[in-house]
Design a protein around this ligand. Sequence first.
Ligand SMILES: [Zn+2]
Length: 233
Amino acid sequence: MTASQATEASSNGRTPHPVSAGPVVQLPGAFGNFVTQAWTDLVTGAEHLAVSSPNPPKDGKAPLVRLHSECLTGDVFGSYRCDCGEQLAYALELIEENGGTLLYLRGQEGRGIGLANKIKAYALQEAGFDTVEANEQLGLPVDARCYNAAAQILAEMGMHEIRLLSNNPDKQNRLAKAGVTVVEMVPTEVPSREQNIRYLQTKKDRMDHLLTLDAQTAGVPGSGTNTFEHEQD
Ligand SMILES: [Zn+2]
């Protein structure tokens, strides 16, 4: 049993996952004026960041929430191997406009396998394996992420019902188990790229992500018409 599985098992009985909050501070930036608050997972020691719109959601709707798993290569270096960086920017724009929170979840690199293992998986992908097979070749779970800390942070922020910015139905199920109700799945749409089309196709075919790849023109980068939905790694 991995640490995350053990954590998940312990909170299936609804034992609150222990987290602690820091102060709320202003965070003006390129995507708008946000407020931010650091949260510490007292089980793993991971430090997460909540980035929120200072304004309440429009029309009294449930807040938009994006659970964004850390992706150093995509978020910081703008890698085209995945779509994380673009999804991060898109989610922040939507949250700034409509109200809500982006939880930046650290320690979830590469669907929870860590940065070094993710790069090893990339090497296997360059040898012809897809993103699922690569993790299997490394003897690692396809998705090792745990959302119990995220669910507890949302609860302590007063967000028991949310509109989830994601195309990943598994994420919705995991949050429900941890006690957060997703009243609506709000798809995220950023253009695909030649470099990540196989990765996205694998997520659609093998991980049940709610993608509409059929409607786009695969392998024609920069056409400007191949907008579709996908999900971070
Ligand atoms: Zn990524």
